[in-house]
Ligand binder design. Structure first.
Ligand code: FES
Ligand code: FES
Length: 160
């Protein structure tokens, strides 16, 4: 076992992990942050996306020890300080960008990373960026609309 320390959602945390412990398992099992989901064992689904030093990362592809000293943000850190939904979360709710919700934490974290680097993405850019996030429910259309809305754009430009 080894000790690992990082900042998660603005709070310093320390834990004991094995060398093989994945970041997603440390977040879920070590810290109880179960909003980050595990939807596959092939690094394909994107349900586990978190931010590591501001970059969207599939937390099932990274060892907890590799995040030593990093600033990690999970879906639990996405709401506004007063507890209200962030603009992106509210847009997912307003535009029915979720059904079962399993993919939603990863979708929201990927969307936030996209808008941080590209505040007004085109529909094509949104679809390209979400290539690594799978949703079995929505057909993606409303997710794309939600991200257009969160970026302040007209959602009617989204192709049906
Ligand atoms: S759990 Fe599916 S990509 Fe990480
Ligand atoms: S809302 Fe069910 S998997 Fe995306």
């Amino acid at each position: 076992m080894a000790q690992v320390s990082m900042t998660v959602n603005g709070k310093p945390v320390t834990g004991e992990v094995e060398g093989r412990t994945l970041l997603v398992d440390f977040l879920r099992n070590g810290l109880g942050l179960t909003g980050t989901h595990v939807g596959c064992d092939t690094s394909q689904c994107g349900a586990c996306v978190v931010h590591v030093d501001g970059r969207a990362v599939k937390s099932c592809t990274m060892l907890a020890l590799e995040a030593e000293g990093a600033e990690v943000k999970t879906i639990e850190g996405m709401a506004n300080p007063d507890g209200s939904l962030s603009v992106i979360q509210q847009a997912f709710q307003d535009h029915h960008g979720l059904q079962c919700g399993f993919c939603t934490p990863g979708m929201v974290m990927s969307a936030a990373a996209l808008l941080a680097e590209n505040p007004k993405p085109t529909e094509a850019e949104i679809r390209h960026y979400l290539d690594g996030n799978l949703c079995r429910c929505t057909g993606y259309h409303n997710i794309v609309k939600a991200i257009l809305a969160a970026s302040g754009q007209d959602v009617s430009i989204a192709a049906e």
